[in-house]
Design a protein around this ligand. Structure first.
Ligand code: TIU
Length: 363
């Protein structure tokens, strides 16, 4: 269900199911005296202003069952993952030095951990990153793909360093990023102001800027299917079982066709699924009673968009009728039986998304 977030340079439509809240580096080493931030000569108290707004956003995201991801900047105790240029920047060595909260920016130390007010709860991934960006040398992208994430709501510190680097990395990877202005902070008030301007200038060159209040309000407002054709009216329901699904490689073809995600679903127990050269799956309807339920996504597609989706499909896949486990029959992508001859069957995984996640197949 689509919600609209008041934001600059224009409102951002998002779906809770394809949005993650990412909280960057709210570690003692940055926000408390005695850590990395203070050693660099900064007044850490400026960063504490972001804590309370982030707490409200975090509570609203958890209430909505939105994916919440935390990051921590830091290094192995032997510092082998810390480039010498980072270690000795400015002629002084802080990283790895003993401080009042343990060794600075070293994993496992008290100063490296997230402050108690924003501490992760069970099920929330924590990304340990050696750099400023959250994608560099981490598994963040795999996690986002696995969850079908399209939009990132971004909080944390500092705006101009780790938040900016992460937003730029994410923007280049195709994610829509909205930075919540009061949930980010900087040691330099002017960087806070200009850092936000940079994101939304030039028509939103890196993303959007909004506030904690607007985010909480958007989650509290009744959701509407307003951004796309209502299922069953203007749109045709299409069941997809492979790389057309959210966050996977042919999903842009769905979005280009004006399609909108409706729900996750499963077939009736009459189908099996193969991987065709690990490029895409082929789901085949069985007539010998050996079929099982296969995981799907149901999308609503404007009728005029269907041909474009089909034309860009790999050979051997077509659109036919698929019966769901709730008895409904919709259009869906099916593989020709000849296509799967000699290919690896992956029915045991229950679906393509579970297969590519388990086998780490690029998808
Ligand atoms: N120094 C500074 O502003 N930031 C960092 O070193 N790391 C993060 O921003 N997390």
């Amino acid at each position: 269900m689509i919600r609209t977030l008041e934001a600059g340079p224009f409102p951002l439509d998002f779906d809770v199911a394809s949005t993650a809240l990412i909280i960057i580096d709210m570690q003692r080493d940055f926000v408390l005296p005695g850590g990395f931030g203070e050693m660099l000569g900064n007044d850490t108290s400026l960063l504490l202003a972001a804590v309370e707004p982030i707490q409200r956003v975090l509570a609203a995201a958890r209430e909505s069952d939105m994916l919440v991801i935390h990051t921590r900047e830091g290094h192995r105790p032997d510092l082998r993952d810390c480039p010498p240029a980072k270690l000795t920047r400015g002629g002084k060595t802080f990283i790895g030095a003993e401080g009042p909260m343990g060794r600075i920016l070293v994993r496992g130390e008290q100063g490296h951990d997230i402050i108690p007010q924003l501490y992760p709860i069970a099920g929330e991934p924590v990304i340990d990153k050696p750099g400023k960006g959250s994608f560099h040398a981490t598994d963040l992208q795999q996690i986002l793909l696995r969850h079908g994430i399209k939009t990132l709501a971004v909080c944390g510190v500092t705006l101009e360093v780790c938040v900016h680097t992460t937003v730029r990395e994410a923007n280049d990877r195709g994610y829509e990023c909205v930075v919540l202005s009061d949930c980010v902070a900087s040691y330099f008030p002017e960087f806070h102001r200009v850092g936000l301007e940079m994101i939304q200038a030039q028509g939103g060159i890196f993303g959007w800027v909004s506030t904690s209040q607007a985010f909480v309000d958007a989650l509290a407002a009744p959701a509407s299917p307003a951004a796309g054709p209502a299922p069953g009216t203007d749109g045709v329901l299409l069941a997809v079982n492979g790389t057309l699904m959210r966050g996977l490689k042919l999903n842009p073809n769905m979005l280009a066709a004006g399609a909108t995600f409706v729900r996750e679903a499963a077939t009736e127990p009459a189908y099996r699924i193969w991987t065709v050269n690990d490029d895409h799956p082929a789901m085949v309807r069985m007539t010998d009673g050996s079929g099982v339920k296969v995981a799907l996504e149901i999308w609503s597609v404007p009728p005029e968009g269907l041909a474009g989706i089909l034309q860009k499909e790999p050979p051997g896949l077509s659109i036919g009728k698929v019966k769901l486990d709730d008895g409904e029959t919709v259009l869906g992508v099916l593989g020709e039986p000849a296509l799967v001859e000699g290919q690896r069957e992956i029915t045991g995984y229950g679906g393509w998304r579970a297969y590519v996640a388990a086998e780490k197949v690029p998808s």
